[in-house]
Design a protein around this ligand. Structure first.
Ligand code: ATP
Ligand code: MG
Length: 397
């Protein structure tokens, strides 16, 4: 359709749009869409009624724009749309060309009169165009299960006509829900937890603990790759690489093997919280799921939570491993997560760690360690790395 302007029409979930946050939600979505499509051939991003439009410089950009839009949270579905003059007969004259190559036995017309000054109602346009398409193609109208839906948006300056629906993840635009600190291991679960929180509108900062030089740098490399991968959903990320080796050495010398994991965990949480506060994050996120491993029992979760001064959220708590693997595969993080690594948590851990850690015992063990000083040292020695998705980088520089 060389002579017609092509757009992408983005729709959100209506429910998320209720209430006084709607203008802010739409502004954020619009600005995220602008960033996400930078350099993909989008000329203009504009806000319509309950939708955002992206005007393409030409139709060839569509595949790239489509793949970028799928990663933008807050986008429930989107369409490729054509811009026509506001003239129903003109639209009818164009329809054979627009419908070319599509075979269907049933259809439905869905008209939305965004501009209420238009003389015909949506229902009248539906009926009029419906009769025309029926004559043209011999297909029947099916409101419930049509082979194809034809959407007509009556805008002040013209008609937008679109067909194919592309489903995206929905959720909320990243940034509207504040910031969280994700404890990112090199494993399968925590990137999925991060993804889920970003989908609910949270900007994620990532914290990875490593025991270099007690182990090699493989877990760091995986965390870097995962953080970079996840950046496609939020355009800019900070990854904090926090050292745990000194703390682990101290724990090994003074605590019984069965308590090591729970002690590691409490230090990780304290350090994450300190980094979160410095960076204005309001909650800690982990990839834990109930009962998956010894450290993820309700008893141990309670002992870990006890040392935290901000909420620890565990979005995967009720999911099975298979479900998490499916999500990781769909997100594209699974191949990164299964690369072999040397993780700090597997260091000096007994075969049978304590599944019901006792808080008094933990507090007694920590008394000998000088917790505050160890936390402070790790925070001081944390390395920060910054990543931008290629499009965002183009925007910033
Ligand atoms: P994952 O696949 O996310 O590593 P897991 O099933 O292997 O999870 P654990 O290794 O016990 O479970 O870790 C539980 C959670 O603790 C992780 O999901 C992550 O949020 C956090 N965590 C574990 N190790 C690290 C690490 N080295 N750095 C940062 N966070 C970590
Ligand atoms: Mg792990």
């Amino acid at each position: 359709m060389e002579d017609l302007k092509t757009h992408a029409i983005v729709k959100t979930h209506e429910l998320a749009l209720k209430g006084k946050n709607r203008p802010w939600f739409m502004r954020k979505l619009t600005s995220n869409l602008r960033t996400a499509t930078k350099g993909s051939g989008v000329e203009r991003v504009w806000q319509g009624q309950l939708m955002v439009g992206l005007t393409l410089s030409n139709e060839e950009c569509w595949p790239e724009v489509k793949s970028r839009l799928k990663d933008v949270f807050g986008v429930a579905k989107f369409y490729k749309a054509y811009d026509l003059p506001r003239d129903l007969d003109g639209l009818k004259a164009r329809l054979p060309q627009l419908l070319e190559g599509r075979s269907f036995n049933s259809f439905r017309i869905t008209t939305n009169r965004a501009d209420k000054r238009y003389t015909m109602t949506s229902e009248e346009v539906n009926r009029d165009l419906g009769a025309f398409v029926k004559d043209l193609t011999g297909a029947t109208v099916s409101l419930k299960y049509p082979d194809i839906s034809i959407y007509v948006d009556i805008q002040p300056k013209g008609f937008l006509v679109y067909f194919d629906e592309v489903k995206a993840h929905g959720g909320l635009p990243v940034g509207v829900s504040g910031k969280v600190a994700v404890m990112l291991s090199g494993g399968i679960d925590s990137p999925v937890a991060a993804w889920q929180m970003m989908k609910r509108g949270c900007q994620a900062m990532f914290v990875h603990f490593h025991s270099y030089p007690l182990v090699d740098r493989t877990s760091i490399e995986k965390a870097v790759e995962l953080a970079q991968h996840l950046t496609r959903h939020q355009y800019e990320s900070n990854l904090f690489l926090a050292p745990l080796a000194e703390i682990q050495k101290k724990i090994i010398l003074s605590a019984p093997p069965s308590y090591r994991v729970v002690l590691y965990r409490r230090f990780m949480v304290r350090i994450t919280e300190a980094l979160a506060r410095r960076n204005r994050a309001q909650a800690i996120i982990t990839g834990e799921s109930c009962g998956q491993v010894a450290s993820q029992t309700l008893e141990n979760i309670a002992v870990v939570d006890q040392c935290a001064g901000m909420p620890i959220l565990r979005p995967l708590i009720g999911t099975n491993k298979e479900e998490i693997v499916d999500m990781a595969t769909a997100m594209g993080t699974f191949p990164i997560s299964i690369q072999p690594d040397q993780d700090c948590c597997t260091l000096f851990v007994p075969k049978h760690p304590e599944t019901k850690a006792d808080l008094d015992t933990v507090l007694r063990l920590e008394e000998r360690l000088g917790v505050d000083e160890l936390v402070r040292e790790s925070v001081e020695n944390t390395e920060r790395r910054h990543y931008a998705s290629p499009e965002a980088a183009a925007l910033v520089h």
